[in-house]
Write a protein that binds this ligand. Structure first.
Ligand SMILES: *Cc1c(COP(=O)(O)O)cnc(C)c1O
Length: 363
């Protein structure tokens, strides 16, 4: 028997989030972002469920796209970082993938390949995030160089640095830059700018292709979007593996970070930082056991945590504990761990068993 620490992926919730995204898209195209194994949810399973709801998929790197093609995914797949080398160009061609081109360097990689001029290319422009994309003033040169080689990009894309904060002035600057570029390039290029934060807040931006990721998995990308009925798809759960009474004044765990202020009942849960549960979580972090929140006490260990269940007489060995999911929202936990839910989803280690199901079970 494997230990009870597991990730459960609710594919019904995923479908519902996709349906909501479709509604918000209001006729625009939807490209589901499934990079990093669909943010830890299993890209193959996620693509199977999303296929009827979306027009295309996006991954970060060629290997991720090839794995999905090999698994039978036939919808368009865009490689968001484009080719790193000529071998990537070969793969992109052979597997009929769509590719981002973000630099003149990448154009030089294309030129080595004879079939590459039939590729579907998306041009990435840097409108102000300053991470990836051609500078706006070099875009005409990139387009001209591509045209010379017989390449005809179909979509212009960019990425927002501050979509979670609609009041930021950087949004205004990026939007102005974006509109100028689209006006200058003419109507033959489709546009793609909006991620989950932009979509959930319904930001008014020129955009033909939405690129949602996090919202499909039920994450709330911004405090401004928390009214939307997105369903959490992932639960990290484990079980109580031991129970003990300790007297007032004794401490619990490494370094004695927590000292009992009363005689206490301590439950040990089989989950730790090697299972993706952040080590920097403090005393008082909510852990959902049976039917209520109980406070984490003491340091998170590699394979175990300790929880104060003195006020919860029904806890027994084998009681289920939810670390995040339906009861403890991943965004809330991530904030307590000084990170974002994206990171918690994407860095789950191999040893945590993943299970996929369609209805809500174990709740
Ligand atoms: C990851 C990613 C997205 C999706 O972002 P979410 O915040 O998860 O919706 C969209 N576009 C690009 C370029 C990305 O890298």
């Amino acid at each position: 028997m494997p230990r009870p620490t597991q990730i459960t992926i609710n594919l019904s919730a995923l479908s519902q989030n996709a349906a909501l995204t479709r509604t918000l898209a209001a006729g625009r195209k939807v490209m589901a972002t499934v990079k990093a194994d669909a943010y830890g949810h299993g890209a193959r399973q996620v693509c199977d469920v999303l296929t009827p709801w979306v027009d295309a998929f996006a991954v970060a790197i060629t290997e991720e796209a090839v794995a999905l093609r090999d698994a039978g995914v036939s919808k368009p797949i865009l490689v968001l970082e484009g080719p790193f080398d000529r071998e990537d160009v070969e793969q992109i061609t052979r597997y009929n993938l769509w590719s981002v081109i973000h630099s003149l360097h990448q154009v030089s990689l294309l030129n080595g390949s004879r079939q590459a001029n039939s590729l579907t290319l998306w041009l990435k422009v840097d409108t102000g995030m300053h991470r990836l994309g051609i500078a706006p003033d070099r875009l005409p040169e990139l387009v001209a160089t591509l045209a010379n080689e017989g390449h005809h990009p179909v979509t212009l894309m960019s990425h927002l640095a501050f979509a979670e904060q609609p009041e930021s002035s950087v949004n205004q600057q990026q939007n102005t830059c974006w509109n100028d570029l689209l006006a200058g390039l003419g109507p033959y290029l489709a546009s793609s700018l909006m991620n989950s934060a932009a979509i959930t807040q319904q930001l008014a931006l020129a955009n033909d292709w939405l690129r949602p990721g996090y919202m499909l998995y039920g994450g709330q990308p911004s405090v401004h979007s928390r009214t939307l009925p997105l369903q959490p798809v992932m639960r990290l759960t484990s079980q109580v593996m031991a129970l003990r009474r300790i007297p007032r004044g004794d401490s619990v765990g490494y370094g004695g970070r927590w000292v009992a202020q009363r005689d206490s009942q301590i439950a040990t849960i089989a989950v730790g930082y090697a299972d993706g549960y952040p080590r920097n979580l403090g005393n008082g972090t909510p852990v959902w056991i049976a039917d209520r929140e109980c406070p984490l006490v003491g340091r998170v260990s590699m394979d175990m945590i300790t929880v104060d269940v003195t006020d919860h007489p029904h806890v027994h060995i084998g009681s289920e504990a939810e670390l995040w999911g339906e009861h403890v929202a991943i965004d809330r936990l991530a904030e307590l761990a000084d990170t974002i839910g994206y990171e918690l989803m994407a860095r789950l280690p191999q040893r945590v068993i993943r299970r996929w199901h369609y209805t809500t079970e174990n709740t």
